[in-house]
Design a protein around this ligand. Structure first.
Ligand SMILES: C[S@@+](CC[C@H](N)C(=O)[O-])C[C@H]1O[C@@H](n2cnc3c(N)ncnc32)[C@H](O)[C@@H]1O
Length: 242
């Protein structure tokens, strides 16, 4: 799996939302901005701001790639549960597809709030709820269950998105705006679907037979061709103020 390609694909899903929420959080005037769980730098590389950019990740391999894709960012190998920064350091602290992977997301959000200055912004851009995933036609429902099970085995809390706003409230963060991401129509393009299938095949290789995957892929392609395919994973955001 080429992780940077995957994260770049996910970054496209939130492109418009990021523009809107970063603007609302005052990115233009921000002096210091932090991404927690930056992966390969797919989001950082798109940030157009004069602010001093900082980011961290647990995975050294991801950080090595982030150094290439986001060369002007100050990077740290650290844990979201214990951020290596002083209180009140950042104007904006954000994450993107992170909290579902963190053992204690409330602690991570509390840490994000701690390092953000008073009246600064804490932003979680994309946290899915796979338990509420919709697959149509019904014959494709097993695909959603297989993928959720595979992500659970990899360590994700697949329904965390449903508790995102509640987690911000429990961390004492004032919620400015929350909602679900609207995905654009071009996500149904053949190219996007092929990328999605590469991820599905990698995720399911250890748990579902090649034949079952092949049949499901064929049914998926046929449903798209008939114009009957519905695939919806509710994915939530929260913009909060400290
Ligand atoms: C799905 S990737 C998202 C990467 C990036 N935010 C993006 O959207 O392109 C999740 C990242 O979170 C990192 N991660 C998971 N748990 C973490 C933790 N406790 N502290 C810091 N990073 C963590 C993983 O190493 C991985 O790079």
């Amino acid at each position: 799996m080429n992780w940077h390609d995957r994260y770049t694909q996910q970054a496209r899903w939130t492109h418009d939302l990021r523009a809107y929420l970063f603007d609302k959080a005052g990115l233009t005037h921000a002096r210091r901005v932090l991404e927690v769980g930056c992966g390969t730098g797919a989001i950082l590389s798109t940030i157009d701001s004069a602010a001093s950019l900082h980011a961290l990740d647990l995975a050294r391999a991801a950080l090595a790639e982030a150094r290439i894709h986001a060369p002007r960012v100050s990077l740290a190998n650290a844990d979201a549960l214990s951020l290596p920064y002083e209180d009140f350091t950042f104007d904006i602290t954000f994450c993107h597809f992170l909290l579902l992977w963190v053992r204690d997301p409330l602690q991570a959000v509390c840490e994000m709030a701690r390092v953000t200055r008073p009246h600064g912004y804490v932003l979680a851009l994309a946290e899915p709820d796979y338990n509420a995933r919709v697959d149509k036609p019904d014959s494709l429902a097993p695909l959603g269950r297989w993928q959720a099970d595979a992500l659970t085995r990899q360590g994700a809390d697949v329904s965390f998105g449903a508790r995102l706003a509640e987690t911000f409230a429990r961390a004492g963060i004032e919620i400015v705006e929350t909602g679900a991401i609207r995905r654009s129509e071009n996500e149904a393009s053949l190219e996007e679907r092929e990328k999605e299938w590469a991820v599905i095949e990698a995720d399911l290789a250890a748990s579902v037979s090649g034949e079952d995957i092949r049949i499901m892929k064929l049914m998926d392609e046929e449903a798209w061709a008939r114009g009957e395919r519905v695939l919806h994973v509710p994915t939530y955001f929260v913009l909060g103020r400290v």
